[in-house]
Write a protein that binds this ligand. Structure first.
Ligand SMILES: Cc1cc2nc3c(=O)[nH]c(=O)nc-3n(C[C@H](O)[C@H](O)[C@H](O)COP(=O)(O)O)c2cc1C
Ligand SMILES: Nc1ncnc2c1ncn2[C@@H]1O[C@H](COP(=O)(O)OP(=O)(O)O)[C@@H](O)[C@H]1O
Length: 308
């Protein structure tokens, strides 16, 4: 996949088959659009293009962006689009001035002149351009003038699946990890760097890798204990995860810490990816470390039982 971090380096295509959007989560609904994009690309002999925006438009144009929680970081999106077999991914730096392009300017300057769009594939509810004024009806009426065709993914196809980034976010912050994973078509994951904690874990028989997530808008699911797969250097380890403030040890800041099974290596400063598979229980305040250790032992049994 060719990745462009701005449109300056994009070489105009002869026959671009294009879709655009923020695609937060790259969930099953998005995947439906992307699958159709690939079919059209094959039929037409063109090249597939995804136009996406970063940072997330809401962080630039809304007042309430501090509440924004994202399902995928830009790195995660790049990986997902690549796995789905998209040929060109253009990440348009979303600025205030970009947000002020009218739909006509967006179509002419970006879709036609920059990209070489001959087919545009969009969901029925997709809108673009200043104040989201560009709609499918607008495109349909005007596309021949612009020299490309538009294909809409019908309402039934998208609504039938009832999949939305908002619904997935709600599932994650209420601990419904199975539902989120089903809608995503994969396990929700957190990636980051392993950082030092209080170094207490090893003394109680459960060392925990503390994950620092770099993306400030990344959604961290509901506090509690989860069954996970941890991906370290392309190897997968089963394990368990606690998300929370660790009331038992008077913790105050929210941490993400994983105990990996069959693993024994110091990995401070290294990358780690955690895939959340199942929610076990809420985080609790125990009367002392002994009680906590006993419970973590039970969590381990329950985790192994879940895998079995
Ligand atoms: C599976 C698992 C479950 C945990 N559950 C709780 C909990 O319910 N309450 C709590 O205060 N801490 C919980 N913890 C966090 C421990 O307090 C923490 O791992 C320990 O303090 C070690 O911290 P350290 O990595 O900073 O050394 C849990 C940790 C794990 C791995
Ligand atoms: N099975 C394991 N699961 C998680 N981390 C492990 C494991 N084995 C070794 N480690 C290492 O030990 C560290 C965790 O030990 P811990 O005593 O909890 O320290 P900290 O409080 O700094 O996280 C991890 O960051 C990792 O480098």
């Amino acid at each position: 996949m060719n990745i462009y971090h701005s449109l300056d380096s994009f070489q105009k295509l002869e026959y671009g088959v294009v879709t655009s959007g923020t695609f937060d989560g790259v969930h099953l609904g998005h995947q439906k659009i992307l699958t159709r994009l690939k079919e059209i690309t094959e039929q037409s002999g063109g090249e597939s293009v995804v136009l996406t925006f970063w940072p997330h438009p809401r962080t630039v144009v809304s007042e309430d962006s501090q509440d924004l929680q994202l399902l995928s970081t830009i790195e995660e999106k790049i990986e997902l689009f690549s796995k789905l077999g998209i040929q060109h991914l253009a990440i348009i730096p979303f600025t205030r001035s970009f947000s002020e392009l009218t739909s006509d300017e967006f179509i002419n300057q970006i879709l036609v002149e920059k990209i070489g769009t001959k087919k545009l594939v969009i969901g029925y509810d997709h809108r673009f351009g200043r104040n989201r004024e560009g709609s499918f009806e607008f495109l349909q009426k005007n596309c021949s003038e612009y020299g490309f065709e538009v294909e809409e993914i019908p309402r039934e196809d998208i609504e039938h699946t009832a999949i939305s980034s908002t619904r997935i976010r709600k599932s994650l912050i209420t601990g419904h990890i199975h539902e989120a994973n089903e809608l995503l078509g994969r396990a929700y994951s957190l990636s980051g760097t392993v950082v030092k904690g209080k170094q207490l874990g090893r003394t109680i028989g459960f060392p925990t890798a503390n994950l620092y997530v770099h993306e400030p808008y990344k959604l961290i699911p509901m506090n509690g204990v989860y069954v996970i797969n941890a991906v370290y250097q392309d190897q997968v380890f089963r394990g368990m995860l606690n998300i929370g403030v660790r009331p038992t040890v008077d913790g105050t800041i929210r941490t993400i810490e994983a105990n990996l099974f069959g693993f024994d290596k110091e990995i401070y400063g290294e990358d780690l990816q955690l895939e959340l598979l199942h929610y076990l229980r809420p985080e609790q305040k125990f009367n002392g470390l002994d009680m906590l250790v006993k419970q973590i032992g039970i969590d381990k049994e329950n985790t192994l039982a879940w895998f079995a």
